[in-house]
Design a protein around this ligand. Structure first.
Ligand code: ZN
Length: 147
């Protein structure tokens, strides 16, 4: 199995079986994001324990890329500090938008499955939607749009 097939499997798996999907009644942070280009909608609920992301859920409707990205995002930030999560948001965004030769980043783990959207500019906003919404939730919530 080549890397591209493996990445497609990861994306399909997270699309069909999203992790941390749902809402949190006791969430202390909440945000909503929209990607009008594709019609993706996402809601993020977050529970912070001091500086640590104690729980995170996402809900909404979207394409395979936006759903898989949201699912992977929740797994990646759970248990991280706010600062680590914000750093990861920046790194993820540069991974999916950087041009030129891609430098593999093994430390990204499964997140790297989304690096392929670099070759499909119209899908980049699908991939980054959950991360924009996460950034808003980490600040103080609200609504974000990829436009
Ligand atoms: Zn989409």
């Amino acid at each position: 199995m080549d890397l591209r097939e493996l990445y497609q499997e990861v994306i399909l798996d997270h699309y069909k079986h999203p992790r941390n999907r749902g809402t949190l009644e006791s969430a202390d942070r909440h945000s909503e994001g929209h990607n009008p280009l594709c019609g993706d909608e996402i809601r993020i609920d977050l529970i912070l324990d001091g500086d640590i992301v104690r729980d995170v859920r996402f809900d909404g409707q979207g394409c395979a890329i936006s759903t898989a990205s949201a699912s992977l995002m929740t797994e990646a930030v759970l248990g991280k500090s706010v600062q680590e999560a914000e750093q990861l948001i920046g790194e993820f965004q540069s991974m999916v938008t950087q041009t030129g030769e891609y430098e593999p980043r093994p430390e990204f783990g499964e997140l790297e499955a989304l690096a392929g959207v670099r070759e499909h500019p119209v899908r980049i906003k699908c991939a980054t939607l959950a991360w924009h919404a996460l950034r808003a939730a980490l600040k103080d919530g609200g609504e974000v749009s990829t436009e």
